[in-house]
Design a protein around this ligand. Structure first.
Ligand SMILES: Cc1cc2nc3c(=O)[nH]c(=O)nc-3n(C[C@H](O)[C@H](O)[C@H](O)COP(=O)(O)OP(=O)(O)OC[C@H]3O[C@@H](n4cnc5c(N)ncnc54)[C@H](O)[C@@H]3O)c2cc1C
Length: 391
């Protein structure tokens, strides 16, 4: 067993950390305050090859592994969680489904621009009446000569209006189906930009589709296979959100521990009061435990293993840790933690959504518990020792 990152992974982490500290951190508070989209940072991310880091080189990406991608998301989110999720949704929900489920023709036509960042990707599953219950979507895809006509209302798309392409899920005659839809297609429009509690530098928009023509060749996978595409994508997409949560937690821990070493009360640094010292110990321990789950899930993905439960465990725990750690970071700073002069109140707001998008914590528990049940009731002779003894 080896806990060390490989040479390439260490290089990606170092490059990402240096970039995040130089190009992302200085603007994070301003973007959060002004609710502004960071186009210039996205361009710089493209120049660094970060918009297609784990996309194969043959389709214009950097060809790094999924663990490297998670290291990148963690480092960017450590400085600006909104840019972290912009990058995560673009890569794992907007680009990788085409790499994984697309035809050679689709990969050749769509992926290189996405991997280079000249086109941003998005993922349009949620609707006003369908979030956790994805099968309840109502957007329709009627068959017409040469393709389909899509109509419906998609809600809260990360990257919505800045994306050049969206993976849209709609009900076709054979069932839910995935489509690649250019956002400049006739009939596509975007509603009001959502005003949020956190991850403010990420744009979140509603998308309206009115009789939008999508040619047959832009159907992603078989007709009726859309839910498999959506759930398969979320299986690994969640690992990226777990990495985002980890980045937020790490930022809060670093800030709070530095502060605790400097702030004095009753004649000594607050870090020397046991109540604060123990908070820091718990924060660090939880972050390290969460990181192990994230790296394990990414490691499994890189080996082509099933990550449904591992990804859910990583997201469930890392998002919980992000919320606990940011809560405690505010507490360590006392009144200063509540003020906009320090970034911990932003981390606290940013952490909240990691327990909601790409599947709420309740849905992660559902996924994990179903996996346990399957192990218990599945055929004997599965993984030795993992089969719980019942009765
Ligand atoms: C900032 C932001 C960005 C987003 N970006 C995207 C995006 O890019 N693309 C996209 O498609 N979607 C996106 N979403 C939508 C997000 O994935 C959904 O909000 C999420 O899946 C939850 O769905 P819901 O909000 O409809 O909540 P609901 O499904 O209505 O759930 C409400 C509550 O009930 C619980 N619940 C529901 N069903 C069950 C159950 N069976 N058992 C136990 N508890 C249950 C939930 O956990 C939750 O606590 C985004 C959301 C936000 C806030």
């Amino acid at each position: 067993m080896n806990f060390e990152l490989g040479t390439e992974q260490q290089e990606v982490k170092a490059r990402a950390a240096e970039f995040a500290d130089r190009e992302v951190a200085p603007y994070a508070a301003e973007l959060d305050r002004d609710d502004r989209i960071p186009f210039e940072t996205l361009e710089k991310l493209s120049e660094m090859g970060f918009m297609g880091l784990c996309v194969p080189e043959e389709y214009g990406g950097a060809g790094s592994d999924f663990l490297s991608y998670c290291l990148l998301i963690e480092e960017i989110s450590r400085t600006d969680a909104g840019i972290g999720v912009t990058l995560a949704v673009h890569t794992s929900a907007g680009t990788l489904p085409i790499v994984i489920y697309g035809s050679e023709d689709q990969k050749a036509r769509w992926v290189p621009d996405l991997a280079r960042g000249t086109r941003i990707g998005s993922f349009a599953l949620t609707e006003p009446e369908a979030g956790s219950d994805a099968a309840a979507i109502q957007t329709t895809a009627g068959r017409v000569d040469g393709g389909y006509r899509l109509s419906g209302h998609k809600q809260w798309l990360t990257n919505g209006r800045i994306a050049g392409a969206a993976i849209v899920f709609a009900c076709a005659p054979e069932g839910v189906t995935a489509f690649i839809v250019p956002t400049d297609a006739e009939g596509v429009s975007f509603g009001k930009h959502a005003r949020k509690m956190g991850v403010i530098s990420a744009t979140t928009d509603d998308m309206h589709l009115e009789n939008v023509f999508v040619p047959e060749e832009d159907r992603l996978g078989e007709e009726g296979n859309g839910l498999s595409v959506a759930l398969g994508t979320l299986d690994f997409g969640r690992i990226g959100i777990a990495a985002q949560a980890l980045g937020i937690a790490e930022a809060a821990f670093r800030y709070a521990s530095n502060y605790a070493a400097e702030r004095t009360t009753f004649g000594k640094p607050i870090a020397e009061h046991q109540a604060i010292a123990f908070k820091l110990a718990d924060m660090q321990t939880k972050i390290r435990a969460a990181r192990l789950l994230v790296h394990e899930a990414a490691w499994m993905k890189d080996r082509g293993m099933r990550v449904t439960e591992a990804g859910a465990r990583a997201k469930l725990y890392a998002s919980q840790v992000a919320n606990e750690v940011t809560y405690e970071a505010v507490q360590v700073l006392g009144g200063y933690g509540y003020m906009k002069d320090h970034p911990v109140e932003r981390y606290y707001r940013d952490a909240r959504v990691t327990e909601i998008y790409e599947g709420t914590s309740e849905i992660q528990r559902l996924v994990i518990s179903r996996g346990i049940l399957k192990e218990m009731t599945g055929p004997p002779g599965g993984v030795e020792g993992s089969r719980p003894v019942v009765g």
